[in-house]
Design a protein around this ligand. Structure first.
Ligand SMILES: [Mn+2]
Length: 395
């Protein structure tokens, strides 16, 4: 486990950026708080170097979108907190065309294109579920771009709030650096970002609403702005409104599940929210499944939780998608997490990858994962997931 390999490879990527002669960067980033912190870090660092940065926020790596941007974009493409899980696909679409840099912590796939740099720290022995977030990789990369970007360390800490085990590994080093540099300070047991006058936790939770819930309404751009300039009154109002709508949808769904229960197979408990979250980004279903995993009266502790919702077939800033899609989220309740950790149960990401093989795109972590599938494949996915779990038990 060494950061040396990363620094070496990232330095090569930076040299290639400088050699490329282009000043244009398309920054493709994830929609959650980590994705927004990642985007803000790279946007700011790249603009300081004179690059013109265009943002494209994606909830998911849609092959259709990736294919079109690698064909049409003339400049550098950077993926932030997204992309690693589909590095193979990205390389296939890129075919040596654009210099592409992936800064992510989701389980990486090997990419065979020499112009695609996947700088995921998992490739260097660190764990993307524990040691670093997307924003951490972005921060470490931004420092290689220019050591002066050390003032952005707080963004790595904000993004890393999504890591369930707390600050450890590389994140701990970043925290120590941020404290030493006076970028953050401990105030009443919480970490305050000096420049923005807000705590790391508070900014994280606001971003977690702005990007995912406000995905179709300019939330991601407002979030990136808030990362760099702080929360304005207008942004706070937008967040309050989004939050109220999400809460009301969550309440309706909880009530429905209490009334009707979840559907069950031998190893899975699942539900379909259909169009209940219309107008909100698809991350809301994952957040709901996380909440649900702690509802002891509703869920069984040893069965995988799968939630489904219908997707809108538009990607803001890109265009309309062909076909109708559904978003699938899977979570493991606490007891199941222990079994997964011990290798006695299948990881949640493996489960969704296997269950959606051939028709969907899945990615995620050991205890949480999601997939996008064609809307008509909902039942197929549940059957496939059950079959995969049955096979795991036998094996
Ligand atoms: Mn992330």
């Amino acid at each position: 486990m060494s950061i040396g390999g990363f620094v070496e490879r990232a330095s090569e990527a930076v040299s290639e950026m400088r050699r490329s002669g282009t000043e244009k960067i398309l920054l493709v980033h994830h929609d959650d708080a980590d994705g927004l912190s990642s985007a803000a870090t790279i946007k700011e660092a790249a603009e300081r170097e004179g690059y013109a940065v265009r943002l494209l926020c994606l909830e998911k790596v849609y092959p259709e979108v990736i294919q079109s941007i690698h064909k049409e974009w003339d400049g550098i493409i950077i993926y932030a907190d997204i992309g690693s899980a589909h590095g193979d696909l990205i390389a296939e679409f890129n075919r040596g065309r654009n210099l592409t840099i992936i800064l992510d912590h989701h389980n990486p796939q090997t990419s065979e294109d020499p112009r695609v740099y996947d700088l995921n720290l998992e490739n260097y022995g660190f764990k993307g579920e524990e040691d670093f977030s997307g924003a951490t990789v972005c921060y470490l990369f931004s420092k290689i771009l220019n050591e002066q970007n050390r003032d952005l360390s707080y963004l790595a800490l904000v993004g890393s709030q999504e890591i369930p085990c707390g600050i450890k590994g590389l994140n701990k080093l970043v925290l120590e650096e941020a404290l030493r540099d006076g970028v953050v300070k401990v105030e009443r047991k919480s970490l305050k970002i000096i420049k923005l006058g807000v705590t790391v936790k508070r900014l994280f939770s606001k971003l977690q609403i702005l990007g995912p819930v406000g995905y179709y309404e300019g939330g991601p751009n407002a979030g990136v702005k808030a990362c760099l300039e702080g929360l304005t009154e207008e942004t706070e109002r937008m967040i309050a409104d989004l939050e109220a709508r999400r809460k009301s949808a969550n309440r309706r769904l909880i009530a429905k599940l209490y009334r009707e229960g979840l559907k069950e197979t031998a190893h899975i408990q699942w539900f379909d929210a259909k169009g209940l979250y219309r107008g909100m980004g698809s991350k809301v279903i994952g957040q709901f499944c996380s909440l649900l995993s702690y509802q002891k009266r509703l869920v069984k502790p040893d069965k995988y939780i799968i939630g489904i919702m219908d997707l809108q077939n538009v990607v803001p800033g890109w265009g309309r998608l062909e076909g109708s899609f559904a978003k699938v989220s899977a979570r493991a309740p606490v007891k199941l997490r222990t079994l997964i950790k011990e290798g006695r149960a299948m990881s949640v990401v493996d489960l969704l990858v296997k269950a959606s093989e051939g028709f969907g795109l899945a990615d995620g972590h050991e205890y949480a994962a999601s997939a996008v599938i064609p809307a008509e494949k909902k039942e197929t996915l549940i059957k496939g997931a059950e079959a995969a779990l049955e096979l795991f038990k036998v094996g």
